[in-house]
Design a protein around this ligand. Structure first.
Ligand code: COA
Length: 693
């Protein structure tokens, strides 16, 4: 049985400590221990109060998510929570680290709560596709009111101990030794004969009647497609509509309904996949890491600036190597604008911005980079120029400095060779805008030292990114799969679809934007440049599908020119453009393709199955060792809906057998060149397995 609860008595105060590292998840063992502690405290006349603490770094991160999907074992959390609140001797929760989910629900049922200053308090269940099931939606609003409760429960935002104290969620904020403070607090409660305050017995009075509609409307937009946030609003509302016991009962039913649903299964998969990819094959946990205390970025364009901002945001001094004084001034001004926007949004104070700006130095002398622990090259996508940069970097940087390239598709092995320090070299692929996108592809070549990969993983997390280690192949994982989807989208335009139909189908599936809206956002000149760079590798049909060239020739560059695949009004709202429909239809005619109506189903299948098939090839080729990386990359690089778990998880839900059959269908229709099933996919389908079996 995993997890226990230790029990000791100190001067009439019993201290129960949850022991289930690293996060004290409320596993079967912990629940059993808590029940025993409650019983002992109730029965032993020498005990007058009970303190519940968490051992290690956290109070508790809540229910043990690994137990979900298996038959629940008694005692259930609800029973422990009910007994805690009903206890006749004072029960005090002493919080530190994470007090999340069921952990916070347990604390809410205690009669008093104190918290160390470092505590994060939250009910983040919506992120796992469920709502709290231990009375959290009924108790929290009774303590902090509907608005704060909705922010914490329906939006899944956590708060600090100081905020918790201000809001009445905890009684006291403490510093110093927590157990001491808790025992001392318990003794005060006893001496002062403080009445037990049972949260469930507090009145729920609504001071803002419109708050539920407001959250429902906002969440329907901001969390489009997700079921749990809207259910959370309904559950909190019940706190004001039903007597407490019925509210708790109803909450549990709603929680269980979501828990057994497809969305939560997918979101739990996403949660564990993110953690799984932190364990990199070939890089054992004890691999030494290098110290990164100074960074440099070569280049001064959009990507280089964004990457420099990432370092500064993490408190790492960074130099930006610009080619000229003009480029340097432009970069400085652009970085200033990035930070000014943060101040305007209220996400950073001017003082914080000033501190960060101080960490960014611009230089035009590459010899200044000699002391950097890492140099990230982020110049234009041109192999010879990049090779030149790495020849220089190989010579001027100090021994042990990590050399990284932000290329999205060039040959990393060639760049590694140019540096003459291949063991120190890796790809570090940021997504645009680098300062906001959370995905970071760490690309190891055949020669990258494990120590370098380990250092980059740790650096990625320090930069607030989700780092995914992949192998060196053209386009790595993200862009190689994306290229397959872009190809199909283009082919389907030729065959009869319009950009707005394809975009709508993918948006309905849950992606934030369809491929054509994304292209307009990034700029069709950028799409053209990438297409030109890859032109030699394109098939004859792809080359002939030159709609991008045609749009560029008309000066339709996307949002920046108010016209691309769509036209844009003054508020940058996209409108389907008859001129584009006309251009596409002329193109189809010129290519001798008879236009037809494509079903939404065909659009979705061709876009997704082309990607999934490529994903299977990436696994087969060892670019990734498992499907987890692919799913996380799509979840965080392209906004693949978390409630579908990522493309490979989605494929398993559809069933590989059915996908194999559809690939066969499109192979006949579109061509073997495009839809020949990957051998791995075909084999798994035949064996009745999925990518995750
Ligand atoms: N149940 C089971 N395992 C959990 C867990 C939970 N509620 N929360 C975390 N873990 C596991 C992680 O999977 C990870 O396991 P691994 O080392 O085998 O990969 C380990 O605990 C450490 O978690 P990690 O997220 O890597 O640590 P962290 O220090 O970065 O973050 C938390 C700690 C608590 C903030 C974070 O784990 C978290 O948000 N957990 C989920 C909280 C939650 O949603 N609770 C409601 C449950 S319904």
């Amino acid at each position: 049985m995993k997890g226990t609860v230790s029990f000791a008595v100190r001067e009439a105060v019993a201290v129960a400590v949850i022991q289930h590292p690293p996060v004290n998840a409320l596993s079967h063992g912990v629940r059993t221990g808590l029940l025993a502690a409650l019983a002992r405290a109730a029965q032993d006349p020498s005990i007058q109060a009970l303190v519940i603490l968490g051992g290690g770094r956290n109070f508790s991160a809540g229910a043990d998510v690994r137990e979900f999907g298996q038959p629940f074992q008694v005692p259930e959390l609800g029973e422990i929570i009910a007994r805690t609140e009903a206890a006749e001797k004072p029960v005090i929760a002493a919080l530190h680290g994470s007090a999340l989910g069921g952990g916070l629900e347990l604390a809410l049922a205690c009669h008093f709560r104190i918290g160390h200053a470092d505590t994060r308090l939250g009910l983040p269940e919506v992120k796992l596709g469920i709502i709290p099931g231990g009375g959290g939606t009924q108790r929290l609003p009774r303590l902090v009111g509907a608005r704060v409760a909705l922010t914490m429960i329906a939006e899944g935002k956590d708060i600090s101990a100081a905020e918790g104290q201000r809001l009445g969620l905890i009684d006291e904020c403490v510093t110093g030794e927590l157990e001491e403070a808790a025992v001392e607090f318990a003794q005060r409660v006893l001496q002062e004969h403080r009445p037990l305050r049972r949260t469930g017995e507090l009145a729920a009075s609504l001071d803002e009647p419109g708050v539920f509609e407001e959250f429902t409307q906002n969440l329907a937009r901001k969390q489009r497609g997700f079921a749990a946030p809207l259910a959370a609003v309904k559950a909190v509302r019940l706190a004001y509509e039903l007597p407490f016991p019925q509210g708790v009962e109803r909450e549990l039913e709603m929680c269980m309904g979501l828990l057994n649903g497809a969305q939560s299964r997918a979101q739990r998969h996403a949660f564990f996949a993110e953690r799984e990819i932190a364990k990199v094959p070939g890089v054992p946990p004890d691999t030494p890491v290098r110290e990164i205390s100074a960074a440099a970025v070569v280049g001064s364009g959009t990507m280089a600036r964004g990457i420099a901002v990432c370092f500064a945001n993490a408190g790492i001094p960074v130099q930006l190597l610009a080619r000229s004084a003009v480029a340097s001034d432009q970069a400085r001004a652009a970085i200033g604008r990035i930070y000014a926007a943060s101040v305007a949004r209220g996400s950073l104070s001017q003082v914080q911005v000033d501190q960060r700006l101080e960490l960014i130095t611009l230089t035009q002398e590459d010899t200044d980079l000699a002391s950097a622990d890492i140099v990230v090259e982020a110049i234009a996508e041109d192999l010879p120029s990049k090779q030149e940069v790495f020849v220089r970097l190989g010579r001027i940087t100090k021994s042990g400095a990590i050399l990284a390239s932000n290329t999205s598709f060039l040959d990393l092995n060639a760049l590694a060779a140019s540096s003459a320090r291949a063991q120190d070299f890796a790809g570090l692929h940021f997504f645009n805008p680098a300062q906001t996108m959370r995905l970071l592809e760490i690309v190891r070549t055949e020669t990258t030292a494990p120590e370098v990969t380990a250092t980059l993983m740790r650096l990625g997390r320090r930069l607030g990114k989700i780092p995914a280690v992949v192998g060196a192949t053209e386009g790595f994982v993200a862009n190689r799969m994306l290229a397959r989807r872009s190809r199909e989208a283009l082919f389907m335009l030729e065959e009869g679809a319009l950009p707005e139909q394809i975009d709508r189908v993918l948006a309905d599936f849950g992606l934030p934007l369809g491929p054509f809206a994304v292209a307009d956002l990034g700029g069709l000149d950028v799409v053209l440049a990438t297409r030109r760079a890859r032109f030699a590798k394109l098939s004859a049909r792809e080359r002939a599908a030159d709609l991008i060239e045609q749009l560029n020739a008309l000066g339709r560059l996307g949002q920046k020119s108010a016209a691309g695949w769509y036209r844009y009004d003054a508020e940058r709202r996209a409108q389907p453009d008859p001129a584009v429909a006309e251009l596409i239809s002329r193109h189809s005619a010129a290519r001798g393709i008879a236009r037809r109506v494509l079903s939404d189903e065909e659009i979705l299948e061709r876009c997704l199955y082309a990607m999934i098939n490529e994903g299977a090839r990436l696994i087969e080729e060892g670019v990734v060792t498992r499907a987890h990386e692919i799913d996380v990359i799509w979840l965080h690089g392209f906004g693949f809906p978390a409630y579908r778990g990522g493309p490979m998880f989605y494929a398993d839900q559809v069933g590989l057998k059915s996908i194999l059959e559809r690939l066969g269908h499109y192979r006949e229709q579109v061509g073997a060149e495009y839809f020949t099933p990957a051998p791995l996919l075909a084999r798994l389908a035949r064996e009745g397995r999925g990518f995750y079996d």
